[in-house]
Design a protein around this ligand. Sequence first.
Ligand SMILES: [Zn+2]
Length: 334
Amino acid sequence: MKKDKFVLRATLRFLAAARRANEGIASRRASDAEAVRALNFQRNSGRVAEAPSERGSAAAAEGGKNRPWSERNKFVLLVIFSALWAGASFAGQTPDAWQTLKGEHFVVYYRPDVPDDFAQTTMDSAENALQRITDNMGIIDDLEWAAEKRIKIYVYSDHDDFVTNGHQALWSHGAALVRLAKIVTYPEAGGFFDAILPHELGHIVFRHDIGLSAAVPLWFEEGVAIYQEKAKRLGSDKLVREAIKNGQFIPLSRLTGMRLYRNSNSQIVDLFYTESASAVHYLITQWGSLEFTMLLNELKSGTPFDKALHKVYLRFETIDDLNQAWVDYLQVQS
Ligand SMILES: [Zn+2]
């Protein structure tokens, strides 16, 4: 039984990779960018992390681009599909059973057992969040792009359905697939409307604004997404101050080089996200939203992060200058 489940999961992962390959990822650069932006939300420990499964999918998609699918592969896929349709119902759901709710900027896809009013509240909440996030980033936008793209929000039945049929990591509660303008998540008590939804939408708006190919440190990208979650935005300064006091603080220069993996030390990962939130919060609140918008514009035009930072905030010649100013600010506030 366990083995069957393993085989089915492996098959589903394979199918997800095949689907992405067929959707066609334009270049290695786009694949890498997508991998970085397949970002998952882990609410229990209040942090977000990359989804290794999505990294795998992006890599598989890249392979698919270089080696077009043969007829034989297509046949194998067809057989697997047929087998799935014939016998499989995972976590109480068939993989493609969705109801649809269309709005101005979003389409909510939700499982038959997810109540209609939850889907409607998701839609209303997403519309509000989209406006708020755009304002937060100082983006003057008529949201035409969102109306055209219709950002897709997939609401799975529960965590089991989300992990099994949504191909997500066990510890994950939500993910943003930026290139596809797609959010995947499931209803959960507390945090869904205030944290998961705005966070994932934050990733999509951010990348819509600066473009998929702009290179920014992960801490900055995550900091912008966490900024959209009010509770974490306001709580992070205190935690960073504690980290400074007990010698665990990671300077921005080191944070910039950090990548996170499934087996990364959880305390370090928590600190990574807390510091990211605090640093972005500092930039926006202490240096103004106009400057922040200018920073985003520089990044959009391809200026490397360090140079863009210096161009907009003259006193930050290096990332260390920003680090020092931020730490000084936190210590004065305590
Ligand atoms: Zn994130």
